[in-house]
Design a protein. Structure first.
Length: 207
């Protein structure tokens, strides 16, 4: 099966979308004086699922740049993660396991981390395609800061995820092109994205 590579212009664009997320995140974090520095938690053990082929392909752009020894360690940790998470899910528990890309408490593939890694933490809002408005309170540390802030919860700054989600959805549509309906929907952890290897072209799977 042929591997799906992001064309250079889409790779450049996803980098730009990711950079805009970081800017929007930092603006809210600065306004709340919120930082992960010294936090007793590490959100890299959160059970996050990812839904786009373009983010999967971009993650693999980064993975391909790793040296063999590091890649071997990451793949081994990813297999352990997948095995353990499946066992926990069967028992009805939500997995809380460290992401296989995390090394010594820090992201080992920082420039290729996924959207949720760049948006999780600060309060956020989202206007869904059906017009419904959602508000996310942010991580526990942020919620504590918001509670004591003079503007309170309703007046607290929030990162608007609407535009970045829309841009990522448009990029995904361009990446998969007019055959996008043929690709199965995905819902994977980062560990599964590693264990499963890079995304593959459906058409060539039938060849
Ligand atoms: S996002 Fe929040 S909970 Fe997570 S590490 Fe940062 S400050 Fe701590
Ligand atoms: S990709 Fe990096 S930032 Fe995201 S969960 Fe894994 S280690 Fe953490």
């Amino acid at each position: 099966m042929k591997e799906l590579f992001l064309p250079p212009e889409l790779s450049c664009e996803i980098r730009e979308i990711y950079a805009s997320m970081v800017t929007a995140y930092d603006e809210v974090a600065d306004a709340l004086a919120m930082s992960c520095q010294g936090c007793p938690d590490n959100c890299c053990d959160s059970y996050f699922l990812h839904y786009t082929y373009s983010e999967w392909a971009y993650l693999w752009e980064g993975i391909r740049g790793l040296d063999d020894a590091r890649l071997d360690r990451i793949i081994q940790r990813a297999h352990e993660y997948v095995d353990q998470s499946r066992r926990l899910i069967v028992r009805g528990e939500r997995p809380q396991l460290m992401c296989p890309l995390n090394e010594d408490g820090r992201c080992g593939l920082y420039s290729h981390r996924l959207m949720i890694c760049r948006t999780h933490g600060v309060p956020a809002t989202l206007t869904r395609p059906d017009g419904r408005h959602q508000r996310f309170p942010g991580c526990f540390r942020c919620q504590e800061l918001v509670k004591v802030s003079p503007d309170g919860e309703s007046g607290a700054p929030a990162m608007d995820r609407t535009i970045v989600y829309k841009r990522l959805a448009q990029l995904e549509a361009r990446f998969l092109g007019d055959r996008r309906g043929v690709f199965p929907r995905i819902k994977q952890t980062i560990a599964e994205m590693i264990v499963n290897g890079p995304p593959r072209d459906i058409k060539s799977a039938r060849d």
